[in-house]
Design a protein around this ligand. Sequence first.
Ligand code: XMP
Length: 260
Amino acid sequence: MSFKLRMEAAAENARSNLVLALDLPPNTPEKLFATSKNLLETVQPHICAVKFNRHLILPLGLFDGVQQLLKQAQNHGLPTIMDCKINDIGNTNRIIAEHYFQAGFDAVIANPFVGWEEGLHPVFETADQMNRGVILLVYMSHKGAWEGYGQNVVTKKTGKSLRQYEVFAEKALAWGADGAVVGATYPEKIRELHSILTEKVPIYSPGIGAQGGNIEAAVRSGSTYFIVGRAITQAENPSQAAENFKRAANMARRNRPCEV
Ligand code: XMP
């Protein structure tokens, strides 16, 4: 089963489209591991997947602490995503992807700025060989995202002027990406990009809560998966916070107009 279908099945099973960004503030490796393990255990009934970042990979190590957390997530039927934003030459990209997949990650996030040939082609090839997923950045959630993803570019093929993010959405379709990241902080961009990507490439939206994005607006605009980090991991009651996000998203999905 493809990563895209595994995500659909996990969301259906959990009755949740919430992806936990398991990000914690710096601490000793022992404390980080123990807190992550507990957090995952209490929050898991409300989520459909777990996204990791350097917050844990750097202090815990990929084949040490992180691999144990990956096994824990997998035991709960939760796919795992490495938010490594792969962004180098093809040979290096392939090695990065292989390491994350060998450790047990189900998908990696990659940056389409590096292009296909000797860029992301080896990542998609490796993912195909190992039956894993690739999610592409299309419009990031932070304030400066417009400086890169929002630029006007003239495409080589048609000579037409387009926004960089529109070109990236077309690449996500052409390359067969399993998902596209569009920040929840830009619901108008989600709407625009959803009309290009349709349901063929589901939208993953980070930026909810701590960065000011709103989960209901992301649902209404066409996102499929909702990535939440600090608003859960730093909450007084992470399980309750996750449940609240899950319910809000489910309610908004039920009321979503059918044209989205
Ligand atoms: P917070 O605490 O802001 O955490 O809910 C969000 C998590 O997602 C990452 N992030 C992104 N990852 N594209 C990505 O691939 C983005 O546009 C983006 N915005 C935030 C962030 O690093 C953290 O892990």
